[in-house]
Design a protein around this ligand. Structure first.
Ligand code: PLP
Length: 400
């Protein structure tokens, strides 16, 4: 089907929850995707920070094929080796002691919210259930995670929301202190608010939050659904800040494109999840776990984590020099291969122009251009994206 035909069929059969770009992708390889007309595009979004190894990495494809031949799903009534092995890898490479698997970021955050509530319930009784989150945060679209999300416009029309959430501004320790009460069970933070426009938490702030939580036995939850799995150049973003949480959630990059989510925690917290308290039919299935194990292998043995770090620095430098060149860019924000540039114009116009030049970027908040390319992007591909961006910015500046 050609793009126009597919667009028409989509509008007939799909609920209109996305404003899609006018491009239908039929295959991908590395940092490139191809449309029905055979045109090649440089993908600087990577499935919204999901395709860390690019598209159809041959080693990942091979592992998925082999695992599909062996065993795809059994339920969690049985032991399967890939699930235990993936949990071991996550534990050995993080602050955490235990892992619960699910299928998405929202589900991972649901698990984190339930875990924090249950921990507080068992220690302090039923009145301690509140979770403080940040304005401008994004934690998912299910009702609990939407209630946690600090963006009223996403919540509109879906009330009543789940009680027990309150928001404070990021990087404001005084506001957090004032919001904490005897009812507070946890504080939930994204180290980088990516969906919210790429606002980075300050190191000193996170240290103060950690201290505050420790003093009151309040759990610290990091939502690393987007920042985890090497996206910022370290395996997890919290490593940049030298602050470890008690609970961390992962999803996007974890399976390299195969849906999987995870909720990690320290033992003292994890032990309140006992048989019957939480579950997932598909969570931790052998197919998804085998894929995630291969992602791990390629990050370390395949040196893709180092690649993320060095390419992230290169991209950062390139974007900073664009900012120096064009006053229309007010700020560059982000770490590593998770970047946003705020512009004094409609960022969607830049996205459209980039697409015409066969570069895929994305916008958020109307005025922030987002880049989250696969770690396999080359330096010359980064240059190409930066050159196209430069051309487009120059055009818009001179048109003003
Ligand atoms: C994408 C995202 C989610 C939601 O993940 P889904 O898989 O879409 O449910 C939650 N938190 C953060 C920080 C995200 O970036």
């Amino acid at each position: 089907m050609l793009t126009e035909e597919l667009q028409e069929a989509a509008s007939q059969y799909l609920m209109h929850t996305y404003d899609r770009l006018p491009l239908s992708i039929i295959r991908g390889r590395g940092c490139h995707v191809y449309d029905a007309e055979g045109r090649e595009y440089l993908d600087c979004i990577g499935g919204i920070a999901v395709n860390v190894l690019g598209h159809c990495h041959p080693d990942l494809v091979y592992v998925i094929q082999q695992q599909a031949r062996l065993l795809i799903h059994t339920s969690n009534l049985f032991y399967t080796e890939p699930q235990v092995e993936l949990a071991r890898l996550l534990v050995e490479h993080s602050f955490a002691d235990k892992v619960f698997f699910c299928n998405s970021g929202a589900e991972a955050n649901e698990a984190a919210i339930k875990l924090a509530r249950r921990y507080a319930y068992e220690r302090y009784g039923p009145t301690r259930f509140e979770i403080v989150t940040m304005y401008n945060s994004f934690h998912g679209r299910t009702l609990a995670t939407l209630s946690a999300t600090g963006q009223p416009k996403l919540q509109e029309g879906f009330g009543p929301l789940l009680p027990g959430f309150r928001q404070v501004p990021l990087n404001d320790i005084t506001a957090l202190e004032a919001a904490i009460t005897d009812q507070t069970a946890a504080v939930m933070i994204e180290p980088i608010q990516a969906e919210g426009g790429m606002y980075v938490a300050e190191k000193q702030y996170l240290h103060q939050v950690r201290q505050l939580c420790d003093q009151r036995d309040i759990l610290l939850i990091f939502d690393e659904v987007q920042t985890g799995m090497g996206r910022t150049g370290t395996l997890f973003a919290y490593e940049h800040f030298d602050v470890a949480p008690d609970i961390m959630t992962l999803a996007k990059g974890l399976g390299g494109g195969v849906p999987i989510g995870a909720c990690l925690a320290i033992d003292r917290v994890a032990e309140v999840f006992r048989p019957g308290t939480h579950a997932s039919t598909f969570g931790g299935n052998p197919l998804a776990c085998a894929a995630a194990i291969e992602v791990f292998r390629l990050l370390f043995e395949g040196k893709e984590l180092e690649a993320s770090l060095s390419k992230g620095r290169y991209l950062t430098k390139g974007l900073d020099s664009l900012k120096e060149q064009y006053a229309v860019i007010t700020e560059r924000r982000g770490i590593g291969l998770l970047q946003g540039i705020e512009v004094l114009m409609d960022a969607r116009a830049i996205v459209t122009d980039c697409l015409a030049r066969r570069i895929i970027v994305h916008s958020t908040k109307g005025n922030v251009l987002r880049l989250s390319p696969p770690f396999v992007i080359t330096l010359s591909e980064i240059d190409r994206a930066l050159n196209v961006l430069s051309d487009i910015l120059a055009k818009h500046v001179s048109a003003r």
